[in-house]
Design a protein around this ligand. Structure first.
Ligand SMILES: [Ca+2]
Length: 268
């Protein structure tokens, strides 16, 4: 993309952004996120979202990392696009001798602790790579307080082309102090059509959901108390099978990401 196109794209997304009314999305509409009941006296308020409308990813919301090797492939900007039909697409490609996929993240744009985080996505079909929706920050490397001073929260990751879905936590870095916890849920039909994957993160615990159904509740490691940013990614590696057997391109489709917070319910 040249500079002029980029400026036009930014201007275009600004119009789209202004048209979006925060907090006004009808719950349950277009396969909406099926929020859990709010506690007594509280209500859910939409505080951040992207519906991925238009043709250009909103640079005010998302950063696309520069092209670089990543696991057994490359994260490259050309793998990331909007399809013009309301979806983010992270493609997995065979590009000459290398395999390519990508990542988007809200680093420096939206970083937050606590709330309800939900993605609506349609998963890939081919082996050798995995999609994920996760929360992360460099504070994951902080030692001394377990996960309380930083964690990686994998709201979902999906290396298997069957009904299994993994949720996971990582803390105390990725070296010899590294600790983790995880849970594998079985979700019949998850490989077909659209599904939501969500986290309710409170100061006391994490609750994970698939299609609005609770799948894992934990406070293992100590619940993270510091802001994290959002990441949507695909990664190539043998955890997911042999990429050489994949028929590519393969596509990770994302309809929306929405973040809600609890606010005091207004008296009637
Ligand atoms: Ca959408």
């Amino acid at each position: 993309m040249n500079g002029i196109t980029w400026l036009l794209a930014v201007a275009g997304t600004a119009v789209l952004g202004a048209a979006a009314v925060c907090g006004a999305l009808p719950e349950g509409a277009d396969g909406g996120p099926n929020l859990p009941p709010a506690p007594e006296g509280k209500a859910w308020k939409l505080i951040w979202h992207d519906e991925f409308n238009g043709y250009v990813l909103d640079p005010r919301k998302w950063e696309v990392p520069p092209d670089a090797p990543r696991r057994d492939g490359w994260w490259m900007r050309k793998a990331v696009e909007l399809d013009g039909q309301g979806h983010l697409v992270i493609n997995t490609l065979h590009d000459g001798t290398r395999y390519v996929d990508g990542c988007v993240r809200t680093r420096g744009r939206f970083e937050r602790a606590f709330g309800y985080y939900v993605v609506r996505a349609k998963l890939q079909t081919q082996p050798g790579h995995w999609p994920a929706f996760w929360l992360y920050n460099s504070c994951v490397g902080n030692l001394g307080e377990g996960g309380r001073n930083g964690a990686e929260i994998d709201i979902f990751e999906k290396p298997w082309r069957d009904e299994r879905v993994q949720h996971a936590l990582h803390w105390d870095g990725y070296g010899k102090e590294h600790k983790s916890a995880g849970h594998v849920s079985k979700v019949p039909g998850v490989m077909e059509g659209w599904h939501t994957f969500a986290l309710w993160w409170t100061p006391e615990e994490y609750v994970f959901y698939v299609d609005g159904q609770e799948t894992w509740r934990t406070s293992e490691g100590g619940v993270c108390q510091v802001p994290l940013y959002l990441k949507l990614s695909d990664e190539i590696g043998d955890w997911a099978g042999d990429i050489k057997e994949a028929q590519l391109p393969d596509r990770f489709l994302v309809d929306y990401v929405r973040v809600y917070d609890l606010v005091d319910r207004q008296p009637r």
